[in-house]
Design a protein around this ligand. Structure first.
Ligand SMILES: Nc1ncnc2c1ncn2[C@@H]1O[C@H](COP(=O)(O)OP(=O)(O)OP(=O)(O)O)[C@@H](O)[C@H]1O
Ligand SMILES: [Mg+2]
Length: 303
């Protein structure tokens, strides 16, 4: 059996308690994998540890236990193979929007001429609608949505093997959001890129993802389910809602967020079981849920 592109094994993160208080275990013994070229979204309530997982995948934070193997190598620091759109945009404040993008492109392609770097960077800024002078402004002179678009252009322009997106469209108006979602799908489907994206928007996740990982509430959060989105591509925003599978999947996600994310929370000693694979859109009920072969006894620490 071939190894997955990304293997997350026994991943735990504990933060020391504030003022000598109890440490906070955000998640424990997380085990899941991502295949090459997959588009995976992760959904869970605020504070469950989504950004922490992403920071570990980016190589910007280290796990307390466990590790991540990508393409056969352990992730041990940041790399241009992994492009990140941060939740808070994280642009270099002293550089213009354009230079924030060229900076990464130059590092990625040290053999390119200045003109090549500029042309490539401008193409991505145009893609996110930042033209007409806005590209020469510094982050402090841009709106939140514009900053987010620079951050998207910067990550996409280096064409990394793995795109890590932390609520990348949160600050965008509906129209811009739709346009950039379409661009993301176009870029991803025409490449070998793998995407791991955090979102709070279930409709966005169904539109974009091959698979949606569902996290329980923290502390001791875990990736409880892997929901397969078997709606054929290409998916059109206006069309997808007429697919019979769409509402089955949507209801499943909403029900998880409204009820089960809390009911399943606070579980320790889950034996590092991988998430249950669920296909809410499948016609055959037998196919809808596939549990791991052995399911260890769960011990709840919720009071
Ligand atoms: N550097 C840190 N020190 C201490 N605690 C931290 C640190 N970073 C994150 N946490 C805590 O870890 C938990 C998970 O945080 P994280 O940012 O990963 O959540 P999230 O799922 O991304 O939430 P949101 O949806 O609000 O962005 C939170 O309780 C947070 O307070
Ligand atoms: Mg977050």
């Amino acid at each position: 059996m071939t190894k997955p592109f990304i293997q997350i094994s026994g991943l735990s993160k504990r933060f020391p308690g504030a003022n000598g208080g109890e440490p906070l275990t955000v998640f424990e013994s997380a085990n899941f994998s991502i295949e090459k070229g997959e588009f995976v979204c992760i959904i869970g309530h605020s504070g469950c540890g989504k950004s922490t997982i992403m920071n570990i995948l980016a190589g910007l934070d280290t796990p307390t236990d466990g590790g991540v193997i990508m393409g056969g190598k352990e992730i041990s620091g940041p790399s241009l193979d992994r492009g990140v759109v941060f939740q808070n945009y994280s642009l270099l404040p002293w550089l213009s929007a354009l230079k924030n993008v060229t900076f990464g492109v130059r590092a990625r392609h040290p053999d390119w001429s200045r003109a090549q770097v500029l042309e490539h960077s401008q193409k991505y800024l145009e893609m996110v609608g930042l033209t007409g002078g806005a590209e020469h402004r510094k982050p402090a002179q841009l709106s939140g949505g514009m900053r987010q678009r620079v951050s998207i252009a910067r990550a996409f322009a280096i064409r990394p093997e793995l795109l890590l997106l932390d609520e990348p469209f949160g600050a965008l108006d509906a129209l811009t959001r739709g346009t950039i979602q379409d661009e993301l799908t176009r870029i991803w489907s025409g490449s070998e890129q793998t995407v791991f994206m955090i979102t709070h928007d279930v409709d966005e996740a169904i539109l974009l993802a091959d698979r949606i990982l569902l996290m329980t509430n923290g502390p001791f959060a875990r990736v409880a389910e892997s929901v397969v989105i078997d709606i054929p591509r290409p998916r059109e925003r206006a069309e997808i809602i007429h697919q019979p599978a769409y509402y089955k999947i949507r209801n499943h996600l909403v029900e998880f967020l409204a009820r089960r994310s809390k009911q399943l929370s606070g579980v320790r000693d889950h034996g590092g079981e991988p998430p249950v694979t669920v296909r809410p859109g499948a016609d055959d009920p037998d196919e809808q849920e596939r549990r791991p072969a052995s399911r260890p006894q769960l011990v709840s620490v919720a009071s």
